[in-house]
Design a protein around this ligand. Sequence first.
Ligand SMILES: [Fe+2]
Ligand SMILES: [Fe+2]
Length: 241
Amino acid sequence: MATNIIITPEQEAQVAQLKLWFEKSLRNTQREGIDNVLWQLDERGFYTAPASAGHHLNEPGGLVLHSMHVFQMAKLLKATLKGGSNMITGETLMPEIDTLLPDDSIVIATLLHDVCKTAIYVQATKRQKLPNGVWTDVLGYNLDYSWAPFGHGEKSVIMLQNWGLKMTEDEMLAIRWHMSAWDLPFQSAEEKSSLNAAKENSALLTLVQTADGMAAGIMENDWTAAITRLKNKGEADRFTL
Ligand SMILES: [Fe+2]
Ligand SMILES: [Fe+2]
């Protein structure tokens, strides 16, 4: 199981702050089983893991930062639906949205959607070509799926259930299918039909999938910029429920 990630003192301080916000938001849900989930994540290196091996936030602490970004995007999208104005009529868009998208479900489904990535990244030395054409050694990651190789979204649901977390069906669907068709075996008609049915049944799934894409595709192209934004305490406080 890959947990031996080396981090600098500065990264360690960033990770400690992110861990604080992450744990506070999840504990505020008072969900049955959450304490054991947080203990398991800590033990297995969730907080020091990167969000990817070579794409978005591939630095120690990237996975917890990505999870917080998805939470933040989902909160903003819900707030827009709840309080935003219809551009044509001027009326409030969806004041009833709380019944479809309860706050605690957003916290659970966004912050925990990628727990499947815990303990899959192994630090390794990689060769990289500099702009001047010279090759150099840099610290990167290899992937190791030997611990709990259940897939991606389905692995997150399985691990959370194994750790005793009580989830609604909506939350499980949102976590299971958050990759939408990107994680779909196209030879399987049953998987396609299940994804379509999940989308019809779960507004939370669409919210998590959209927030995940916006976080990875817009907020996380630049690690330095993402970390700098965190240093503004005012913005960071909005992470919590
Ligand atoms: Fe994912
Ligand atoms: Fe994600």
